[in-house]
Design a protein around this ligand. Structure first.
Ligand code: AHM
Ligand code: MG
Length: 331
């Protein structure tokens, strides 16, 4: 039973993440605190990765690792460091029984079979931007497991579908480091205060503007986009909208979430199913988009309604301000 949503509770801007989580948990009288602990574990991993990223130019952790991940993409050293840090934090936290990561082909069993939750994550997205000091991010998605407790997690725990996410969010390592997440009742953003070592509530109840003046797409692939996307890009130019594309999903999404805009990664000849991964890139950001009043579509219907069939499957995505997404997909 929910007595009052977290948004209705009078939680002032400026409180720490810990206090916010505590307050929000008190809205659920039967909550056991395990999800709260899991969110704290993610925040802790985010702080550690933030530290590693800030040191990237000083120590030998920038650049390529000379290896490839399960998608055949070059791994950066920081990709691997972030993966290890997240897995360690979630293992030590004890609430998560298994993890799906962009960096690993199969699910990772944490050994905590009593844990009620599974996490799908991209530990460090936009990693081609690491070496050049451009924003990068972590994306995560949390489910309550469907497999029996005290037994190893199964693939069904991760293939429940986007509507079954109980929480999702991202950490943006940008000009400041921010954690943005939702447990279903609104979206809140926390800025990391280095001097305190704490995430502080800075963006309460984020609402994505219904419309905006920014479109974000890699126009280098223009020739291989579907006709409806070419047409939409044309309408953006006619209206002199601003083209803004970092090539770092979390950064592009975050900007559009706050200012109003659309992010598009359609199917291309090279990636006929789109480039972005459904379970740990599209679903969590679609969850945040919807919970903040925005939309996320694969061009046919809501991203969150896609029935997943494999861990690393991809999807086209049209994401952000509701009116812009509707216009782009022609609905
Ligand atoms: P990654 O998971 O290998 O980092 O790739 C995902 C990234 C997104 O952050 C970004 O929006 C997109 O790939 C950029 O792709 P492109 O260079 O094709 O525009
Ligand atoms: Mg990624």
């Amino acid at each position: 039973m929910i007595t009052k949503t977290a948004q209705e509770l009078a939680i002032p801007v400026g409180v720490t993440l810990d206090r916010f989580i505590m307050h929000s948990q008190s809205a659920f009288p039967y909550a056991t605190g395990e999800l709260s602990q899991l969110l704290r574990d993610i925040a802790l991993a985010g702080k550690i990765i933030n530290r590693e990223i800030n040191r990237a130019g000083l120590v030998d952790i920038a650049g390529g690792n000379g290896t490839e991940n399960v998608q055949g993409e070059n791994q950066q050293k920081l990709d691997i460091v972030a993966n290890i840090r997240f897995i360690r934090a979630l293992k030590n936290g004890g609430e998560v029984c298994a993890i799906l990561s962009e960096e690993d082909e199969d699910i990772i069993h944490t050994g905590n079979n009593h844990g009620k939750y599974v996490v799908a994550m991209d530990p460090l997205d936009g990693s081609s931007n690491i070496d050049v000091n451009v924003s990068i991010g972590t994306v995560f998605s949390i489910y309550r497991r469907v497999s029996p407790i005290n037994e190893p997690a199964t693939k069904e725990d991760f293939l429940q579908g986007g509507r079954k996410q109980i929480a999702a969010g991202y950490i943006l390592y940008g000009s400041s480091t921010m954690l943005v997440y939702s447990t279903g009742d609104g979206v809140n953003g926390f800025t990391y205060d280095h001097s305190l070592g704490e995430f502080i509530l800075s963006h309460k109840n984020i609402c994505c503007p219904t419309n905006g003046s920014i479109y974000s797409i890699n126009e280098g692939h223009y020739n291989s986009y579907p006709e409806f996307v070419k047409h939409y890009i044309g309408t953006c130019k006619e209206k002199s909208l601003s083209a803004r594309y970092i090539g770092s999903l979390v950064g592009d999404f975050h900007r559009n979430l706050l200012k109003g805009g659309i992010y598009l990664y359609p199917s291309t000849k090279k990636d006929p199913k789109g480039k972005l991964r459904l379970l740990y890139e599209c679903y969590p950001l679609a969850f945040i988009a919807e919970k903040s009043g925005g939309k996320a579509s694969d061009g046919f219907g809501p991203i969150l309604d896609i029935v997943p069939s494999s861990f690393h499957q991809r999807s086209p995505i049209y994401l952000g301000s509701a009116a812009m997404v509707e216009k782009a997909i022609g609905s």
